[in-house]
Design a protein around this ligand. Structure first.
Ligand code: NAD
Ligand code: MG
Length: 381
C-alpha cells in the first residue's frame, strides 16, 4: 500500500497582510499536503494570535519595524531569517511588502528552500544576488505575482530559447481614464479604490501609478532570464488574462482566471504539479466578457518607463527606483505629498543615484538608504 507523502512545512512571512491571509486560506484547504510551521507579521497582532491558534505553528514572530527610518528594512530581519531557515520549513511564502523581505529570501534560498515570492521588491533590488543564492544553496524562486505565475504556467516544459516575447497585463488602476490635470487632484482614497484587486495599501498605490508594472517587468527579467526588449505591457482592465507568452513559432498562450490571488499562491506551492482545489470561482467566459486591451499612456503614467529604464540601466538603478518609490508612496499615504509628486521623486533619485556601486548586498542597501534620504530631503518630510 502506498503511504501518503508527509505534508511539506511552510513559513508564511507577512501572514497578516493581503497575500499572507490569502495564503493561509489556501493552506487551510490543503492541510493534507502542507503544514504551517512558522508565521511572522509586523502589524495586526490580534490576527497573528488568531492565526497561531488555528495553525499551531512551532514559530510565531511579531517583527518590530520603524517605518520612518532609512534602514527600516533591517529591523526585525533576524526573526524573518529564523522563520525562513527552519529545518521544518520546505517552502517560504514571502508576503512581506518592500525591501524588508530581501534578507529572508536570500537566507531561505541559500538554505535550499522554495521561496513562493510575492515580495517582488526583493528581485528588483537584488536580482543577481537572488540568482546567486539559488545557485549556491539549490533553492528556487516560484512567483506568486499573478502575471508571473501566468507566464510560468504557460512556459513550463519549454526552454527560454522558445519564448519570443511575453506581454504582462495591467488593469490600468483606478486612474486609467483620468487626465493629467485631474491626476494632480487625486486623493489617497481615490488611489486606494482599485477596480479589480483588493490588496495592501502600498501595492494598490503602485498599481495606480503603474510603478507596480515596472517592478513586474524587472521581476520577469530576473525570473525568466528574458531581455527587457522581449517584455511588454498591455492594459487589460478586466484582469482576466494574467499574461501572454508568444513562442518562436508565433503561437500565443495565455493564462486566465477570475481575478483571485488564491490560484497563483496555490500554484507557487505545488508547481509543476496541479492539485484539486475548490476555492477558485468558476470561469465563465460569457460573464467575464468583454475582454479588452489598450496601450499604456506613458505621458500620464511615467513611473512605468522610469522603472523599465532603471531595469535596463541595471547596477544600483533598480534598487534606487524601488526605494525612491517606496519612500514616496509612504509619504503620499501619510498625506505629506501629492499623487503627482511620486514620479518626479523617483526620477530625481534615479538621476542622482543610479551610478552608486551595486556589486554587493551592502552596496545595494546603501543605495536603497540613499534613495530614501534623497526623497525625504526633496519633500522635507
Ligand atoms: P500587506 O501590506 O497587505 O501585507 C504585508 C505583510 O507584511 C503584513 O503582514 C505586514 O505585517 C508584514 N510586514 C510589512 N512590513 C514589514 C517589515 N518591515 N518587516 C516584517 N514584516 C512586515 O501587503 P500585500 O498586499 O499582502 O503585499 C505583500 C507583497 O506581495 C508585496 O511585495 C506586493 O507587491 C506583493 N503582491 C501583492 C498582491 C496582492 O494581491 N496583495 C499581488 C501580487 C503581489
Ligand atoms: Mg501582479
Amino acid at each position: 500500500m502506498m503511504r501518503a507523502a508527509a505534508p511539506k512545512g511552510v513559513a508564511v512571512l507577512g501572514s497578516t497582510g493581503s497575500i499572507g491571509t490569502t495564503a493561509l486560506r489556501v493552506l487551510d484547504r490543503q492541510r493534507d499536503r502542507f503544514r504551517v510551521n512558522a508565521l511572522t507579521a509586523n502589524s495586526n497582532g490580534a490576527l497573528l494570535k488568531e492565526q497561531a491558534r488555528k495553525f499551531s505553528p512551532a514559530f510565531v514572530g511579531m517583527v518590530e519595524s520603524q517605518a520612518d527610518a532609512d534602514e527600516a528594512w533591517k529591523s526585525g530581519t533576524e526573526a524573518l531569517i529564523a522563520a525562513a531557515t527552519r529545518d521544518d520549513v520546505d517552502i517560504v511564502v514571502n508576503a512581506i511588502v518592500g525591501a524588508a523581505g530581501l534578507d529572508a529570501t536570500l537566507a531561505a534560498l541559500q538554505g535550499g528552500k522554495r521561496v513562493a515570492l510575492a515580495n517582488k521588491e526583493t528581485l528588483v533590488i537584488a536580482g543577481d544576488l537572488v540568482r546567486d543564492a539559488c545557485a549556491k544553496g539549490f533553492g528556487e524562486v516560484v512567483p506568486v505575482d499573478s502575471e508571473h505565475s501566468a507566464i510560468l504556467q504557460c512556459i513550463t516544459g519549454h526552454p527560454t530559447s522558445q519564448i519570443r516575447r511575453v506581454v504582462l497585463t495591467a488593469s490600468g488602476g483606478p486612474f486609467r481614464d483620468w487626465t493629467v490635470e485631474r491626476l494632480t487632484t487625486a486623493t489617497v482614497d481615490d488611489a486606494l479604490r482599485h477596480p479589480t484587486w483588493r490588496m495592501g495599501r502600498k501595492i494598490t498605490i503602485d498599481s495606480a501609478t503603474l510603478a507596480n508594472k515596472a517592478l513586474e517587468v524587472i521581476e520577469a527579467h530576473f525570473l525568466f532570464g528574458l531581455p527587457y526588449e522581449n517584455i511588454e505591457v498591455v492594459v487589460h482592465p478586466q484582469s482576466v488574462v494574467h499574461s501572454f507568452v508568444e513562442f518562436i513559432d508565433g503561437s500565443v498562450v495565455a493564462q486566465m482566471s477570475v481575478p483571485t490571488m488564491e490560484l497563483p499562491v496555490l500554484y507557487a506551492l505545488t508547481h509543476p504539479e496541479r492539485v484539486a482545489d475548490d476555492g477558485v470561482p468558476a470561469f465563465d467566459p460569457v460573464r467575464l466578457s468583454p475582454m479588452t486591451y489598450e496601450s499604456v499612456d506613458h505621458a500620464r503614467f511615467p513611473a512605468l518607463r522610469l522603472g523599465i529604464a532603471a531595469g535596463v540601466a541595471g547596477g544600483a538603478a533598480p534598487a534606487v527606483f524601488n526605494a525612491a518609490n517606496e519612500c514616496a508612496v509612504a509619504a503620499f499615504l501619510a498625506g505629506k505629498i501629492g499623487f503627482a509628486d511620486i514620479p518626479p521623486a523617483i526620477s530625481s533619485a534615479l538621476d542622482r543615484l543610479s551610478d552608486l556601486p551595486a556589486g554587493t548586498r551592502e552596496q545595494l542597501l546603501d543605495a536603497d538608504a540613499a534613495a530614501r534620504r534623497h526623497v525625504r530631503e526633496m519633500f522635507k518630510c
